[in-house]
Write a protein that binds this ligand. Structure first.
Ligand code: NAD
Length: 432
C-alpha cells in the first residue's frame, strides 16, 4: 500500500529505484555479447530462457497474413476505438510536425533547415505482462507522419500469437514486418542486425528496464528516442480533488510494472488518507492488484506539502514521466512546471485518456530524463540539414570577419579558402 513519506524518504526511494535499474546493465551487457557473437542462435536461446518460448529461424518473423487478417479477430467496437485513436494521433502529430524553415538575410544569403525522415526504424512493442496495441499506434503513427518508409516491429513472443489488437494496430499503420523477439535481445538485433532481423537506423519504443537499458547501450550506434522505461506518475491534488479518481490514476501507472512508481503530493492530509483507503478497496478487486500493490509499496509514496507551489517544486526535482494537476485552476500553474514528459490538467484529464486516444504520444521520458528529453513525436523520426547559399554580396561583406576567426583558430587553410575568393588579404573585420 502507498506509504506516507517525508520528502527526504521519497528521494531516497527514487535513488534506490534508479540504482536497482543499474543492476540490469550487467545482464544487458551479457545479452549484447551473445547477440553480437551468435546472431539468430542467441535470439533463439535467450527467448527460450527468458520468455519460455521455442523459436526457430523460420518462426521468428510473424506471417504478414496474420496481420492482414487480424481485423476478423477483434470486436467491431474495439476496431472503431482503434480507428479513432489512429486518426486522432495522426492529426495531432501532423499539426506539430517540424516544418522546413528558409529565409534570406540582408545580404541575400539563403539559409535555413530542411527536414528529412530517417530511412528505417525499429519499433519495440512491449508485451511481457500486458498487450500494448496502443504502443503500436503511439510509436508508429508519428513515424508515418514524418514519412519513414521502412518500419520493422518487434515484440516478445508468447505461447499464442500476438494479441489481435496489436496485429490490427500494425495493419492500420501498414506495417507487415513483425518479429516475435522481445527484451534487450530484440534491441541488439535491431541495432546490429542478425541473419533474420534487419539493422535499422533508429530504435524507438517503451519497455521494461532491460529494454530501456539496452536502448541506452546502443545509443550512438543507432539513434534512439530516449529512455522510456517503467512508468511513473506524480499526482498533485488539493481538497477539490476526488480521492477515488486520484487513487484510480495512481493505480493506472502502478499496474504496469512492479518497477513503476506512483507519487501523491497534497497539502490536504485527509485527502491523502481517503486516497489510501480508496487504493485499498480498488486493490482488492483489480486483476492487476498484485503488481500494483508491489509497485506502490516498494517505489510509491504520498507526501504532505505546504501548497501547490511546493508540490510543483518537488515534482520538478523528480522530473516525472506523467504529472497530473488535480487542483483548483490548474492552468495557472503551467508556467511553474519545468520538467515533465506530459502534464494533465484538471480532473477530467485522466492520464489513461492520454495513453490511448487524445493524440500526444504516450511514449515519454522516464527516470528523470524529462529534464532534457521529450515525448515521442514526428520530430524524433526526422533529421534536419542546414542549408547555406551565400551571394557574392554576402561573401564580400562577411568573409573578412570569418577570416579573423580562422586566423585566431590557427587554421591557415580556412583562411586561404576565404582569401582566394577575395583575391587579396583582408584588411580586418569590417562588415559592410
Ligand atoms: P517488455 O516487452 O518491456 O519486456 C519483456 C521482456 O523482458 C521479455 O521478453 C524478456 O525478454 C525480458 N526480460 C524479462 N525478465 C528478464 C531478465 N530477468 N533478464 C533479462 N531480460 C528479461 O514487457 P513488460 O515487462 O511487460 O514491460 C512493459 C514496460 O513498458 C513496463 O515497465 C511499462 O511501465 C513500460 N511502458 C512505458 C511507457 C513509457 O512511455 N515510458 C509506455 C508504455 C509502457
Amino acid at each position: 500500500m502507498l506509504p506516507v513519506l517525508t520528502e527526504h524518504e521519497l528521494f531516497e526511494r527514487l535513488r534506490k529505484r534508479a540504482q536497482s535499474f543499474e543492476k540490469a546493465r550487467d545482464a544487458v551487457k551479457k545479452i549484447k555479447e551473445m547477440v553480437l557473437s551468435s546472431g539468430d542462435d542467441a535470439l533463439i536461446r535467450l527467448t527460450s530462457e527468458l520468455d519460455g518460448v521455442t523459436l526457430n529461424k523460420n518462426t521468428m518473423r510473424f506471417p504478414a497474413k496474420g496481420i492482414e487478417e487480424s481485423e476478423k479477430s477483434i470486436s467491431p467496437s474495439l476496431k472503431k476505438a482503434m480507428d479513432l485513436a489512429f486518426e486522432r494521433i495522426f492529426d495531432f502529430h501532423e499539426r506539430i510536425k517540424p516544418q522546413n524553415k528558409l529565409f534570406f538575410d540582408n545580404y541575400g544569403n539563403l539559409m535555413g533547415k530542411i527536414y528529412k525522415p530517417v530511412e528505417s526504424v525499429g519499433v519495440y512493442i512491449p508485451g511481457g505482462s500486458a498487450a500494448y496495441p496502443s504502443s503500436v499506434l503511439m510509436n508508429i503513427v508519428p513515424a508515418l507522419v514524418a514519412g519513414v518508409k521502412k518500419i520493422v516491429a518487434v515484440t516478445p513472443p508468447k505461447a499464442e500469437p500476438p494479441h489481435p489488437a496489436v496485429l490490427y494496430a500494425l495493419k492500420l499503420c501498414n506495417v507487415t514486418e513483425l518479429y516475435t523477439v522481445g527484451g534487450a535481445q530484440a534491441i541488439f538485433a535491431l541495432a546490429y542486425g542478425t541473419e533474420t532481423i534487419p539493422r535499422v537506423d533508429k530504435i524507438v519504443g517503451p519497455g521494461n528496464v532491460y529494454v530501456a537499458e539496452a536502448k541506452r547501450e546502443v545509443s550512438g550506434v543507432v539513434g534512439i528516442d530516449g529512455f522510456a522505461g517503467p512508468s511513473e506518475v506524480v499526482v498533485i491534488a488539493d481538497s477539490s480533488a476526488n480521492p477515488r479518481w486520484v487513487a484510480a490514476d495512481l493505480l493506472a501507472q502502478a499496474e504496469h510494472d512492479e518497477n513503476a512508481t506512483s507519487i501523491l503530493l497534497s497539502c490536504d492530509e485527509s485527502l491523502i488518507e481517503e486516497v489510501r483507503i480508496a487504493l485499498q478497496s480498488f486493490l482488492a478487486t483489480l486483476e492487476s492488484g498484485k503488481t500494483a500493490s508491489s509497485s506502490l509499496s516498494k517505489w510509491g509514496g504520498a507526501i504532505k506539502v505546504k501548497d501547490v507551489y511546493e508540490a510543483i517544486e518537488i515534482s520538478n526535482r523528480i522530473a516525472p514521466e506523467h504529472l497530473e494537476l488535480m487542483v483548483k485552476n490548474p492552468r495557472t500553474y503551467i508556467g511553474y512546471i519545468k520538467n515533465a514528459g506530459a502534464v494533465f490538467l484538471g480532473p477530467f484529464s485522466a492520464e489513461a485518456l492520454g495513453d490511448y486516444i487524445l493524440g500526444p504520444s504516450h511514449v515519454l521520458p522516464t527516470s528523470g530524463t524529462s529534464r532534457f528529453s521529450s515525448g515521442l513525436s514526428a520530430e524524433n523520426f526526422m533529421k534536419a540539414t542546414s542549408l547555406i547559399s551565400a551571394t557574392p554580396a554576402g561573401f564580400f561583406a562577411l568573409s573578412p570577419c570569418a577570416g579573423e576567426i580562422a586566423k585566431a583558430e590557427g587554421l591557415p587553410a580556412h583562411y586561404l579558402s576565404l582569401k582566394i575568393r577575395n583575391g587579396r588579404e583582408f584588411a580586418g573585420c569590417e562588415p559592410r
